[in-house]
Design a binder for this molecule. Structure first.
Ligand code: GLU
Length: 311
């Protein structure tokens, strides 16, 4: 009997260059990196630069410099989502040819009266049967069977796409590729087996799984890490004072990140070298301590670390 080898572990960190790396994205980077290292897998970095209007000049360089200064070591070279545009377009054509996607000329105004749900406007299917518009987006057809998966940290999840989001956009009216389509095609192209990312993307996952099924791609494992909140309960965001992490104080910020990820680093770890901090982190990494947690409160020292002085 031949026992088949399990698929090799391939994880990734996929930042959008819409601003510098902030503490929340650092946590996604650290968690995905440590899980890949502990499993002796690969860890890829993919810059998701498919939305030029939202891009901030210099953000890609700032993110990559920060990752380097923090001592992340990725496998292969950094990939850029824009380079896989032909693959995105081919996937859209496949869906259209199979009549699983259709042109939609509805504007925001046309949808003003449509029902809203937690995922936003629920597309009522207006253009499913007919669309006379010249300027159009492309939507993928959905149905109402539950799309279910078990998240590695957040447990069983389920969504009925037709009634919760409606048919969703895969090619925007401005001809830019929509995020769900791009991420699914690229995860497949890079043979990603494990997606570890922030919980803000948990409710996007069923739409991504839906696309994987239509395109005949395997579904990777998903784990969504909790969002960081201030001790007073406010979400950590630019609006509540989270600036980009400083590339100048990687050791204390990294130790703060490990603390925020529930890893209980010893107090004196921040005095160690980056290499020793990563060694401790890989040896002690337990992602499961975050299981079932949607939020993590970070102490004031963790929040202050990226911005003031010190090692
Ligand atoms: N590019 C997305 C972001 O920066 C993350 C995509 C993903 O991890 O699937 O929010």
């Amino acid at each position: 009997m031949r026992i088949s080898e399990p698929a090799p572990y391939v994880g990734r960190f996929a930042p959008s260059p819409t601003g510098p790396l902030h503490f929340g994205s650092l946590l996604a980077a650290v968690a995905s990196y440590l899980e890949a290292r502990q499993k002796r897998g690969q860890w890829l970095v993919r810059v998701e630069d498919i939305d030029p209007p939202r891009e901030q000049p210099g953000a890609t360089a700032a993110i990559l410099t920060a990752l380097e200064r923090y001592g992340f070591e990725w496998d292969g070279s950094v990939s850029y989502q824009r380079a896989s545009l032909p693959a995105h377009q081919a996937a859209i054509e496949t869906l259209v040819a199979a009549q699983q996607a259709y042109r939609c000329g509805c504007s925001r105004k046309d949808l003003a009266d449509a029902a809203k749900g937690p995922l936003g406007t629920i597309y009522p299917g207006t253009c499913r049967t007919r669309c006379d518009a010249t300027e159009t987006a492309i939507r993928v057809l959905t149905d109402d069977h539950p799309v279910a998966f078990v998240d590695g940290l957040q447990g069983p999840q389920e969504q009925r796409l037709e009634s919760e989001s409606g048919d969703f956009i895969i090619l925007r009216r401005d001809r830019l590729i929509a995020y769900h389509l791009a991420v699914v095609v690229d995860d497949y192209g890079q043979q990603i087996t494990e997606v570890i990312r922030g919980i803000d993307l948990l409710d996007s996952t069923p739409r991504q799984i839906w696309l994987q099924r239509l395109l005949g791609y395997p579904t990777p494992s998903y784990s969504h890490i909790p969002v960081v909140i201030h001790p007073d309960g406010r979400k950590l965001s630019k609006a509540t004072g989270a600036s980009g992490i400083s590339p100048d104080h990687p050791r204390r910020t990294l130790v703060a990140a490990l603390g925020a990820l529930g890893q209980k680093p010893p107090a004196d770890l921040r005095a160690s070298s980056l290499t020793d901090i990563w060694r401790w982190a890989t040896d002690h990494w337990r992602m499961s301590v975050m299981a079932g947690r949607a939020v993590i409160s970070t102490g004031t020292s963790a929040l202050a670390a990226p911005r003031d002085g010190g090692p």
